[in-house]
Design a protein around this ligand. Structure first.
Ligand code: PMP
Length: 443
């Protein structure tokens, strides 16, 4: 009897032991026997950490005394040139944005008080949706506190039936075709849906078409690519991908986190750059890169957006973006559209940086369409030493290495901002050249 009671509480192991006169096994011991000792759990994590450190892929989290948004920053108490910021258009510190944020904060406080459908639908969020749609050239847009949340919501929202009844396809019938270089947030979002995932080779149209042709079935198909692959300084072959999506009746989504603001005459992103407005079903973007703030969005036709307002789970179940950020981002987008000179300055700076680095003998990815300068080092360990040495001499830009990029293609993604001066760019090039020579990477 006693054995049975213990068995109910601690499982079959205690039942057998106590019935047969063995030692009583308390809950922690039982858990340890069943799941592996606490010590072993830590050992697994420790061996993982050891591996990351030995492979030089554990990131350095340097204490920074200033946000990484200005051409010069204070890190570990030292002034450094900042060459890895996503604040491409130098909008983050614009006084107009700060004023707009303070104005909203003075009226609405810090947080939204709930999700959009509860009580967080403060009017400035509707302005944020509207201005976003204007910027990227769609009928409407919905907005999230981060771009990650937009990507986590979109695949399940669009591809899994929202309600079981009255929907002409079932869970698990959809297929997503995803570029192999797509960002981790896209990868995670696809995992949250029941869709089958098909990876196509990076920007390889033949591979994509072959895979589209092979996939039959009744469920919806969705192609997803980034607009700008910023680690490679590349723009995607979007016109050809649009043609394939149209030919095969697939929904097309572009993660344009790095393209919005930076690409297109009005900053509308890669879709505007290629003159493809109205032909991409979902444009995903982020406010924390060229727009200098924080948050993310999904933009598209009215019906798509109306549907996402109920089906995107992070929109439904997480708090709305704050009014202060929304106010600042509305202002930022207005400036982005109205001040093309910011994009011109960014492009001129990128050109100077790329030409300068190439003149020193470095390999820099990209043909200049995308204003970033990914500087190839190759070997992972060398990239870390390169980063360290440049840091010591006064430039901050960490190395991207496997698994973020393929093995032996470690690189420094050197990113200019609109507000970098000629002098700062020349200094960075000369520091990189000194380090490159010391390490025998360039002559
Ligand atoms: N997509 C891409 C291509 C990104 O680079 C990022 C951020 N690094 C995201 C999505 C996520 O955006 P957020 O930082 O706003 O969450």
């Amino acid at each position: 009897m006693l054995g049975a009671q213990i068995a109910i509480r601690f499982g079959w192991l205690n039942f057998i032991l106590t019935h047969w006169g063995g030692p009583r096994v308390d809950m922690p011991t039982f858990a340890a026997l069943r799941f592996g000792a606490e010590k072993h759990k830590m050992e697994r994590l420790e061996s993982c950490l050891d591996f990351l450190v030995s492979e030089d892929i554990y990131p350095h989290y340097r204490p920074m005394q200033s946000a990484g948004t200005t051409p010069e920053v204070m890190i570990e108490g030292r002034p450094l040139l900042m060459f890895c910021s996503n604040n491409y258009l130098s909008l983050s510190n614009a006084p107009e944005l700060k004023e707009a944020a303070v104005e909203q904060m003075a009226v609405h406080g810090m947080g939204p008080g709930g999700s959009r459908c509860l009580c967080g639908n403060v009017a400035v969020l509707n302005d944020l949706d509207r201005t976003t749609a204007d910027l990227v050239g769609t009928e409407d847009a919905i907005t999230f506190p981060t771009g990650y949340m937009a990507n986590l919501s979109v695949f399940r929202g669009v591809l899994d039936p929202f309600l079981a009844d009255g929907i002409p396809y079932k869970k698990g019938q959809a297929t997503v075709f995803s570029d192999e270089y797509n960002h981790a947030t896209v990868v995670d979002g696809i995992r949250l849906s029941s869709a089958k995932k098909v990876i196509f080779k990076h920007s390889d149209l033949d591979d994509l078409e072959r895979k589209l042709r092979r996939s039959g079935g009744r469920g919806p198909r969705l192609i997803v690519t980034e607009g700008v692959f910023s680690l490679d300084g590349e723009v995607s072959p979007l016109p050809e991908i649009v043609a394939l999506a149209e030919r095969y009746g697939a929904i097309l989504m572009v993660d344009d986190a790095h393209g919005v603001g930076m690409m297109g005459d009005n900053g509308g992103g890669t879709v505007e750059h290629f003159g493809l407005r109205g032909r991409v079903d979902i444009i995903m973007g982020s406010y924390d890169k060229a727009l200098g703030g924080m948050g993310g969005f999904l933009a598209g036709r009215q019906k798509m957006v109306d549907y996402l307002r109920v089906a995107a789970r992070a929109y439904m179940f997480s708090s709305a973006p704050s009014a202060l950020m929304a106010g600042a981002m509305v202002r930022s987008m207005e400036m982005c559209m109205g001040q093309p000179e910011r994009r011109q300055r960014l492009r001129a700076n990128a050109r100077m940086l790329m030409d300068g680095l190439r003149a020193q003998g470095f390999t820099v990815y990209g043909d200049g369409t995308v204003p970033v300068a990914p500087l190839l080092i190759g070997d992972e360990a060398k990239a870390v030493v390169f980063e360290e040495k440049a840091f010591e001499l006064g430039v901050f830009a960490p190395a991207f290495r496997w698994p973020a990029v393929p093995k032996n293609t470690a690189r420094i993604r050197v990113t200019p901002m609109a507000d970098h001066t000629e002098d700062q760019i020349n200094q960075a090039v000369s520091i990189y050249s000194q380090v490159g020579r010391e390490m025998g990477l360039v002559q």
